[in-house]
Design a protein. Structure first.
Length: 548
């Protein structure tokens, strides 16, 4: 490693709630050398992102640094002037957020946002910055690097947008990048591309990085050292191989042992049983571009069908067809054997009520300006016509069902809840309609492993108690093993394989299913190197191009 770049000593950070300041970070130390990658891990609320932002001398609204020091290459960031910080941020210190889709300005093309930092920091001119951006896109294995920057953010996939954000962070060749969960919401094959690209480009430019994640297998591939946090306290720190092979603290060992939950297999569906939902020969398109091709599968009462596949495979598009948001060109959706109108506007209120959805990003799915009680009350009023004391009673029952105390959470805003708590509110909102069928769209992908396991256990209990049927869209095969009864594998808008879970995870597999299974990161620091060597780095780059 190179010389010392970042030193954080005895750092204390507090958050304000109801005029009371509560500790978030409690006397944490951190050091980072030039060219070194430090992994920060811990469950939701551990303080990982808060500490990562503090390394930039930054705090979110309602948060303050109450003690300690942050020294970046000899500069005291806590006492530096605003002008000094402006000169550093974006130029020598960069940040890559968890959700690229929420971080880009949707009104401007990607390349226009890329050139802003190098131009404003006088690193290079606009034309030179555009050409440099194209070269960074090429190094990050983005498809069509000469053209992709001239698209708007919504016109590229999540994995591509995440790499474009990494390119933007690299535009001024910073000394330090904070990666805040950059691959959390990506499918396993896309994640490999992004991890390989991030690791390569950090090494090429000798950039130091703090890599924040709750995915232990991912941090094993990226970090030289790992620091474990719990509720603002440092638990332990060691080089990656030592941490993986012999963690010293019970809490760290508990992190290593998560994802123990796997619900028992349900009996096979009886011959001739009528499905709750049937997708029959559905073909759909966005404009003139066909995105689904003759998709068919069934979901039976009380069962969970996991629909898996990489970004762009058609998982969420199929869900849009089921809900009536995207009328198919061919085929039909049946509910309890009865064809549903293709367009949701033509469906009855009861037909709308029976199929509900829980969204991937609870942050963007909940209205930030209304209380939790108001969010859950809306479907209770719309579908059930409830008001007054009956509305209040049912609202409290739903909060109890999702294991949140009504007295504490009813009047809170979404911003006052953790990620896992927000996702529970999304579940309660879906349950408020009293549906028979729920689409769970990547509902655990943005959550740490301990919180995700709690959500899976909650969904399993609710299914058993209420007889619900789930379509579980996910890229996480550990989640599939934990909760699914059946699996549907999609690629390029087609179903390539489907069957009972036990059959799907037992070889021989379809070649694409085998690709997905082999792409799940392992708790081995050499796993990514071995996989890249096995497949060939060029092949992974080609795979990214093939997705377009």
């Amino acid at each position: 490693m190179g010389e010392r770049l970042l030193t954080i000593k005895d750092l204390y950070i507090e958050g304000r709630s109801d005029e009371t300041w509560t500790p978030i970070i409690k006397g944490v130390d951190l050091t980072l050398d030039k060219g070194e990658v430090l992994g920060l891990i811990g469950e939701s609320g551990a303080g990982k992102s808060t500490l990562g932002l503090a390394a930039m001398g930054f705090c979110r609204d309602g948060v303050r640094i109450s003690g300690g020091s942050v020294d970046f290459d000899g500069i005291d960031l806590l006492n530096a002037s605003a002008a000094t910080k402006r000169g550093l941020l974006g130029k020598r210190i960069a940040y890559v957020a968890q959700s690229a889709a929420a971080s880009f300005n949707p009104a401007h093309k990607i390349i226009e946002q890329h050139v802003e930092a190098p131009v404003q920091h006088h690193v290079m001119g606009r034309a030179e910055s555009i050409q440099d951006g194209i070269e960074l896109y090429r190094r990050l294995r983005l498809p069509n690097p000469e053209q992709i920057g001239f698209r708007y953010p919504h016109q590229v996939s999540g994995g591509q947008l995440q790499r474009a954000m990494t390119a933007m962070a690299m535009s001024c060749r910073p000394d330090l990048i904070i990666f805040d969960e950059p691959t959390t919401a990506l499918d396993v094959t896309t994640q490999i591309e992004v991890l390989a690209a991030i690791r390569d480009i950090v090494a090429q430019f000798d950039t130091a990085a703090i890599y924040i994640t709750h995915d232990l297998a991912v941090v094993a591939q990226m970090a030289d050292r790992i620091k474990v946090l719990l509720k603002g306290d440092e638990v332990e720190e060691a080089d990656t191989r030592t941490m993986l092979s012999s963690p010293q603290q019970d809490y760290t060992r508990s992190l290593w042992a998560v994802r123990s939950f796997e619900r028992p297999m349900k009996p096979a569906v009886a011959t001739g049983a009528q499905p709750v939902v049937s997708v029959r020969g559905v073909t759909a398109s966005y404009g003139k571009v066909a995105v689904l091709h003759d998709v068919s599968f069934d979901i039976h009462a009380g069962r969970t069908v996991a629909v898996v596949g990489e970004s762009g495979s058609g998982k969420s598009t199929t869900a849009r067809c089921i809900t009536g948001l995207l009328p198919p060109i061919e085929g039909e959706i049946l509910f309890d054997g009865v064809p549903l109108p293709a367009n949701y506007r033509k469906r009855s209120k009861d037909q709308l009520r029976q199929a509900q959805m829980i969204y991937q990003m609870a942050d963007t799915a909940l209205n930030p300006r209304v209380t939790i009680g108001q969010i859950i009350a809306r479907p209770l009023q719309f579908y059930g016509g409830l008001s007054g004391s009956a509305l209040r009673k049912r609202l409290d029952e739903l909060l109890d069902q999702i294991e949140l105390d009504p007295k504490i959470y009813r009047d809170r805003l979404p911003s006052e809840l953790s990620g896992g708590q927000k996702q529970r509110i999304g579940i309660a909102r879906a349950l408020a309609a009293e549906p028979k069928f729920i689409i769970c769209d990547e509902v655990t992908s943005a959550l740490d492993q301990l919180v995700a396991e709690g959500i899976l256990r909650l969904l399993a209990r609710l299914q058993d108690d209420l007889g619900l049927s789930y379509m579980f869209i996910t890229h996480d095969l550990a989640t599939v093993k934990a909760i699914a009864d059946e699996v549907v594998v999609m690629k390029d808008g087609r179903v390539v394989e489907q069957g009972e879970k036990n059959e799907m995870f037992a070889p021989p597999h379809h070649a694409y299913t085998d690709l997905l299974l082999s792409s799940v990161p392992q708790m081995d620091p050499d796993w990514l190197d071995q996989l890249l060597a096995q497949r060939g780095v060029d092949n992974i780059g080609d795979a990214a191009v093939d997705k377009m």
